[in-house]
Design a protein around this ligand. Structure first.
Ligand code: FES
Ligand code: FES
Length: 155
């Protein structure tokens, strides 16, 4: 077991980890942060997307021990502590960008990265979110939500 200390959504976490454990399993199984979803567990679907030091990663492919000393943000850390949704979360609701919602946490985390990277055109957004699959086919709403917030941040 490897002693590991990381920050998760602003709080310090100290755990002893099996080096084979994924960041996704640490978040869901040990820390109870089940907003991050396990879709394929093979790097194919994007449902497990979180941010590590501000960059998006697929947590199913990331060994949890690699997060030692780093800052992890999950979907639970996106809204304000008072419960006010992040503008991108609100935009997903406003643009009807989800149906079952299983892919949505990953879509939001990738959308936030897309906006931070300065992508606001539809084709750029589609390319940036191409690793996030939605079986419900809510892509039109997802692109509209990201575009909406990206353009508001530009102006
Ligand atoms: Fe990680 Fe599908 S669960 S990419
Ligand atoms: Fe159902 Fe995307 S909303 S998979």
């Amino acid at each position: 077991m490897v002693e590991t200390a990381l920050t998760v959504n602003g709080g310090t976490v100290r755990v002893a980890l099996d080096p084979r454990e994924s960041l996704l399993d640490l978040l869901r199984e040990q820390l109870g942060l089940t907003g991050t979803k396990k879709g394929c567990d093979q790097g194919q679907c994007g449902a497990c997307t979180v941010h590590v030091d501000g960059r998006r990663v697929l947590s199913c492919l990331t060994p949890a021990v690699q997060a030692n000393g780093r800052s992890v943000t999950t979907i639970e850390g996106v809204a304000d502590p008072d419960g006010t949704l992040h503008p991108l979360q609100q935009a997903f609701i406003d643009h009807d960008a989800l149906q079952c919602g299983y892919c949505t946490p990953g879509q939001v985390m990738s959308g936030l990265a897309c906006i931070a990277e300065g992508h606001a055109a539809d084709d750029e957004i589609r390319e940036s979110l191409s690793g996030n699959l939605c079986r419900c086919g809510a892509y039109v709403g997802i692109v509209a939500a990201v575009r909406d917030v990206a353009r508001r941040e530009e102006s």
